[in-house]
Design a binder for this molecule. Sequence first.
Ligand SMILES: [Zn+2]
Ligand SMILES: [Zn+2]
Length: 134
Amino acid sequence: MDEVLLREAGLRVTAPRLAVLEALHGHGHLDADQVLTAVRERLPQVSVQAVYDVLHALTGAGLLRRIEPAGHPSRYERRVGDNHHHVVCRSCGAIDDVDCTVGHAPCLVPSSTSGFSIETAEVTYWGLCPACRR
Ligand SMILES: [Zn+2]
Ligand SMILES: [Zn+2]
C-alpha cells in the first residue's frame, strides 16, 4: 500500500520512507522528534538526518503535509489534499484537524486579492485545549 504510494509519487521505496509513513499512519500531527522515535522502533540505526531527509522528500512529493504553527515545531501528517485547517493550543501546542468550512478551496474569500489568483487558504485557529483549560 505505502509502497504503491511511493512509486506513484516517483519515489524509490526505501525502509526509512516506509517507516516514516507507517509512523504517521493513523496519528495526526507528529513533529520530527516524534517521527524519529517511532521510526527507531522499527529501524534502530536510522539517523536524525535520514528522517529529516525523508520528511522533506515526502512533503515535497505531496505525500505528507507540513503544518508550521508559529512558536511550535513543525508537524507532519498524512491527511493531504482536502483543504482542512487546524486548531492549535497556544499553551501546550496540541493540534487537531478542523474540516474545511466550505468544503472546497479556498474556503475563505479575501476582501481584496491585490490581483492574485487565490488557490488556497490556510487557517490556524488558536486557543486552549481541553487539558490546558482545566
Ligand atoms: Zn494545551
Ligand atoms: Zn491535519
